[in-house]
Design a protein. Structure first.
Length: 312
């Protein structure tokens, strides 16, 4: 991979790292620059930093430029579970097992492939069809409510609402072990793991603030059903935070280990995490809207089995 180095001169002292890089690399969008910094592809004197880091004179900024693969996104007749739509937005219930957008390893069979088939052209950040209409995402094995933009105006409005934390997201999660407290808040910065770069962790050189609140809904002999509300939308946030406090999401093979995968009742096939509700302001009218969907059959079945084991 080609490496490019820029030295910080007196002229640029105090500038944000992402702005400094964007100045010297105008062909790279600022959003991509920020992603490069978070992924450890932009280093300050050989160390990872944050997009908002203020550069100092004499520092060496090194960039590892990776060519972005050109993805030809195909339209595919994948069924969608739409719970609301109008000329501005689409709100749907994403099933578990569906990847949101094409990426290396998943060029077909994604939500975007389905959206292009059912709705034709949709706006996308940066103009790439691989993220058509997408303003937020859920992990492949996480189910639940998602909103999709149908117009450029809706895309901008929703993106601003997510950035400004106007959008409220509530999840249901089945976690390992019995949580004794009725509620709690987890405040622990998240970023790429210091050694395992494919994982997100609190053990990171570039933590980004992350806040997760939870309320206990039901307790079982070896598990707990919690309602989770996230104030930040970091990658894998709920899964990492719940594992961090010793209660990993059941079925999470990445962050939970064998304890979260196997129960006395049998083996769980995927992480038991469901985006139950989404509240936002309609991008055209400004009217508050809340959409709620129940857990899918596989998660509902696990909850039912656990309730049978519930202590009196």
């Amino acid at each position: 991979m080609p490496l490019i180095t820029h030295m910080v001169t007196e002229k640029h002292v105090g500038k944000r790292l992402d702005i400094f890089i964007a100045h010297y690399e105008p062909k790279i969008s600022r959003s991509r620059v920020q992603a490069m910094i978070k992924d450890g592809l932009a280093l300050v004197d050989g160390k990872t930093g944050k997009p908002g880091y203020k550069v100092k004179q004499g520092e060496r900024i090194t960039l590892e430029l990776r060519e972005r693969p050109v993805i030809e996104v195909q339209r595919e007749p994948i069924p969608l579970s739409v719970i609301y739509e109008d000329p501005h937005i689409i709100v749907l219930n994403k099933p578990p097992g569906l990847v949101v957008h094409p990426a290396p390893g998943n060029y077909t069979g994604t939500l975007v492939n389905a959206l292009l088939y059912h709705y034709g052209s949709l706006p996308a950040p940066g103009g790439g069809r691989e993220r058509a209409g997408i303003v937020h995402r859920l992990d492949k094995d996480t189910s639940g409510v998602m909103v999709v933009a149908r117009t450029c105006e809706a895309l901008r409005s929703l993106a601003a609402q997510f950035k400004g934390r106007v959008v409220k997201k509530k999840y249901l999660a089945l976690v390992a072990g019995v949580i004794k407290k009725g509620s709690g808040t987890i405040e622990a910065g998240l970023g790429r793991h210091v050694r395992e770069r494919k994982k997100i962790s609190v053990l990171t050189r570039s933590p980004r603030e992350a806040f997760t609140g939870f309320i206990v809904k039901e307790r079982y002999p070896n598990a707990t059903l919690v309602e989770v509300e996230i104030k930040t939308g970091r990658t894998h946030q709920i899964r990492v935070h719940m594992a961090y406090i010793g209660h990993p999401v059941l079925g999470d093979r990445v962050y939970g280990g064998t304890r979260s995968v196997k129960l006395a009742e049998g083996t769980i096939g995927r992480q038991m995490l469901h985006a139950e509700s989404l509240s936002l302001l309609h991008p055209d009218t400004g009217h508050p809207m809340t959409f709620t969907v129940p857990p899918p059959p596989d998660m509902a079945e696990v909850i039912a089995r656990l309730r049978k084991k519930k202590s009196p």
